[in-house]
Design a protein around this ligand. Structure first.
Ligand SMILES: [Zn+2]
Length: 209
């Protein structure tokens, strides 16, 4: 056991750090769709989530998504999960505990006051984190830190582990697109066709973590 670093609260004995996951071990033929930041507020994406009962998880950054929280309230009402992606999208690795805690707990508080939620899942901006991040996340009520195994960008799917196909349990990040062309709905539709071609469907991440 190591002594707590200066400035961090003492951890209750046996309280584990949250796991960091980029896939979920499962025999179910599912992958998970995650969306970051909250810059894109495509109303037709809401229709798609509702019509397909598509279980998506949105990792929201307050400074980006905040002006559009009404959009995300509508997405939540049709079944989307809303999770934590910090207040200001800071790269957390190497920052002091207090700063990391402020980014993570601050967004927990925003999502609580706006949506009445206590998110359990956290995605660090840029996927960059350290042990301090995990301690801060745990202290803010986070039970799992969620990275991704594949990402959907303008050029299609790219894989983080040299794979060339999706596998059951993979977490997929649908990248933000500054140009917004094609739209979020269209990019998701393209991804869904690939998922279906590989004999997979979409699972609800919150049910597996
Ligand atoms: Zn982000």
């Amino acid at each position: 056991a190591t002594a707590p670093l200066a400035g961090s609260p003492a951890r209750p004995a046996g309280q584990a750090l949250p796991p960091v996951v980029d896939r979920i071990p499962t025999r179910d033929k599912v992958v998970f769709l995650t969306y970051d930041d909250g810059a894109e507020r495509d109303p037709r994406f809401i229709d798609m989530v509702r019509e397909l009962r598509l279980p998506v998880s949105m990792f929201l950054t307050d400074s980006v998504a905040g002006p559009g929280y009404a959009h995300f309230a509508r997405l939540r009402s049709v079944g989307a999960g809303l999770q934590n992606h910090t207040l200001d999208h800071a790269a957390l690795r190497g920052l002091p505990y207090a700063g990391q805690r402020a980014e993570i707990c601050g967004q927990q508080n925003k999502l609580k006051s706006r949506f009445g939620l206590r998110p359990r899942l956290f995605r660090p901006p840029y996927g960059t984190y350290d042990t301090t991040t995990l301690r801060a996340a745990a202290d803010c009520g986070i039970t799992a830190v969620v990275l991704w195994r594949a990402s959907m960008g303008p050029a299609g799917l790219t894989y983080t582990h040299g794979s060339h196909r999706l596998r059951p349990g993979d977490i997929v990040a649908v990248d933000p697109d500054e140009t917004r062309a094609p739209t979020l709905r269209e990019r998701t539709a393209t991804l869904l066709r690939q998922i279906q071609r590989q004999g997979l469907t979409v699972g609800r991440l919150e049910n597996y973590l």
